[in-house]
Write a protein that binds this ligand. Structure first.
Ligand code: AMP
Length: 386
């Protein structure tokens, strides 16, 4: 992200609750899932459920030059029913750009998310994209969708019927078998796009084509909130269960900055869930799980501070070193050294201290134990590393 000109922003974990209320009154995230409380100074605050609102708040407060390109990584909190891939504290990594409407930027943002996931080694990720057009186009679409869903009400699941009453767009999210036939026949938002929106969406697709990022236009990918517009996208993890298979998602939004008291400013961003991404990495075995093993284990039977001095010196010179504590016996320190997995032990007893030497003992092979001058220890270990 930094190679692409994005700077890190670290928003606070606690914000005034108004920051989230203004940007998401209609979302479950804000209405049902927020951890909010009144602090000792009678301020109504919330643990952030996401980063975008705080970034828009910071933009309004500090008015940086545009394009304002930032990345973030950190925990969010939502009062959800915990299950695999859905937790009450979870981490996201993401970016936001404020101040630019160019479809090339949509492509840049999508590409950064895509490259991030592929650079981890994930292969079973698909990119889904759609366009939500402008708000008047959405209004026409929603009204057509509503009439259609009402006309097919009898064929919908009980859950979708109640969703329909609250927000017809959300019915398209239903993964229930019973709803699928109705959803397949539903009107598509792309058919409601005006010329400008259509052109914007075509430019985004052409951009993804030229940089060879594969995508699928997914008509069901609509967002329930008024401030989303134009491009919307999702990275879907092929190994995850369908209810939790979104590794991340994002899109364009409008009016967040205005709602927080700033000037009209277009925005776009994505948030990738770190926890789910790690689940996908496990499923695809993309990370070798290597146990951290120290290079050296210091055994000190003198009861003095030799182990402290040697570990500090070696760590300061870039070696990974561990030791045991509490003046344990030689035998028990040797056991600890073995357990640590370190290939070598550095042994220091009273004789060694007197003679200003240490013993370098292999814990894995039969190579003979080596006597090393204390003053030449680091040089010797560096030689061994070569
Ligand atoms: P959202 O901010 O709701 O658009 O979510 C973006 C991404 O954050 C999702 O695709 C998930 O990977 C992740 N995410 C959202 N909510 C949770 C949660 N409760 N637990 C774990 N990951 C989550």
């Amino acid at each position: 992200m930094e190679r692409a000109g994005y700077a890190q922003v670290i928003p606070p974990i606690l914000e005034d609750i108004g920051v989230f209320h203004r940007v998401g009154e209609a979302t479950d995230v804000v209405t049902k899932e927020m951890y909010d409380f009144v602090d000792k100074g009678d301020r109504h605050v919330a643990l952030r459920p996401e980063h975008t609102a705080s970034i828009c708040r910071a933009y309004v407060q500090h008015r940086p030059a545009t394009p304002f390109k930032v990345w973030y990584a950190g925990p969010n909190f939502r009062y959800e029913k915990p299950q695999r891939g859905r937790y009450r504290q979870f981490d996201q990594v993401g970016i936001e750009v404020l101040g630019v409407d160019d479809p090339d930027l949509d492509v840049e943002v999508i590409a950064l998310g895509w490259e991030f996931l592929s650079s981890l080694g994930l292969k079973q990720v698909s990119l889904l994209i759609n366009s939500l057009g402008e708000s008047s186009e959405r209004t026409d679409f929603i009204s057509a969708l509503n009439s259609y869903l009402e006309s097919r009400r009898g064929a919908l699941s009980q859950e979708s019927i109640s969703t329909l009453e609250r927000n017809p767009l959300r019915v398209l999210d239903s993964k229930r078998e019973q709803d699928q036939e109705v959803i397949l026949g539903a009107p598509k938002i792309v058919d409601f796009l005006g010329n400008d929106s259509r052109r914007h969406f075509e430019r985004v697709q052409a951009g993804l084509d030229v940089i060879r990022i594969p995508y699928t236009v997914e008509h069901r990918l609509v967002r329930g909130l008024d401030y989303y517009r134009q491009t919307t996208f999702e990275f879907s993890g092929g190994t995850l269960e369908s209810a939790q298979n979104a590794l991340g998602g994002g899109g364009r939004y409008d009016s967040l900055v205005e709602d927080l008291g700033g000037p009209a400013t277009p925005g776009i961003g994505f948030a990738i869930g770190v926890d789910r991404t790690l689940l996908a990495c496990d499923d695809e075995s993309v990370f070798p799980i290597d146990k951290r093993v120290p290079e050296y284990f210091v055994i000190d039977t003198t009861g003095g501070s030799e182990a402290l001095v040697v570990t500090t010196e070696l760590r300061g010179s870039g070696f990974s070193v561990d030791r045991s504590f509490s003046g344990r016996s030689m035998k028990s320190q040797m056991k600890a050294a073995d357990r640590s997995g370190a290939p070598y032990a550095i042994i220091i007893g009273s004789d060694e201290v007197v003679n200003e030497i240490v013993l370098l003992k292999s814990l894995r092979t039969d190579e003979p134990q080596e006597v090393v001058q204390r003053s030449a220890l680091i040089t010797r270990l560096r030689e061994k590393k070569k």
